[in-house]
Design a protein around this ligand. Structure first.
Ligand code: ADE
Length: 225
């Protein structure tokens, strides 16, 4: 999969996408990511990428021309399956959407800043708008990092243990069951016997029960309750 990201602060994306599982995905050539600085496409002496909003009001709006110039240049190089704008008024991001996006080949992510991007860029180019939650970030970069990470880690071959991503919280609309590692007793708290029994059937059953119970207690909305 290839992901292009448009940003006015590309440095914000360096670290989250260059470590751990994301770096492994890139090293294995399962994922390539290119972050494109919008600033050189800015207008005038100061490479301006934003301007006051029509109608007045606080906050700047990202201008059409620089964004269009960069998007057009990128579109000459590849066809995108989705052009995604990260915005708090987008569709709420879920594991289901991450799964669907992970099946695609080329994505273009647009990070907004200030009051967001001119509505006409959304109309002209954007095919999907994503919000990572009901709060406002200072820009789309952290949201883009969340989206790329959630897609990258489920690409086939990225996580060594193939079943690991399948047993994640949300993968089947359930929260994950509790997990334990050594020591078997810590500060008087013991790991449940069943997990040390070696009985894989019983362990599987215990995990399913725990997942269901945890989901009922914490996120009944996932069960449609
Ligand atoms: N940009 C600012 N806030 C955001 C959010 N919650 N989700 C996606 N992009 C954003």
């Amino acid at each position: 999969m290839h992901i292009d990201i448009i940003s006015t602060v590309p440095e914000l994306l360096d670290s989250p996408l260059s470590h751990s599982i994301m770096q492994r995905a890139r090293d294995k050539n399962l994922l390539s990511i290119a972050v494109h600085d919008l600033r050189p496409f800015g207008l005038g002496r100061h490479n301006s990428v934003d301007d006051y909003q029509f109608g007045g009001g606080a906050g700047m709006v990202m201008r059409c021309e620089p964004l269009a110039a960069l998007i057009d240049e990128l579109r000459e190089q590849r066809d995108y399956d989705e052009i995604i704008y990260l915005t708090p008024d987008g569709e709420r991001y879920t594991q289901r959407r991450a799964n669907r996006l992970s099946l695609l080949g080329n994505l273009l992510l647009i990070c907004g800043h200030y009051k967001g991007i001119d509505e006409r860029i959304r109309e002209e180019y954007v095919t999907l708008e994503i919000s990572i939650g009901d709060y406002v970030l200072s820009g789309g970069e952290l949201a883009a990092a969340v989206v790329v990470d959630s897609i990258g880690r489920i690409l086939p071959g990225v996580i060594g243990d193939e079943t690991s991503a399948l047993t994640d919280t949300f993968q089947d609309d359930l929260l994950a069951p509790p997990v334990y590692t050594r020591p078997a007793e810590w500060r008087g708290r013991e790991v449940p016997d069943v997990l040390r029994s070696g009985n894989t059937g019983a362990i599987e059953e215990w995990r399913e029960e725990q997942a269901l119970q945890r989901t009922q207690e914490r996120r009944p909305d996932l069960l449609g309750e």
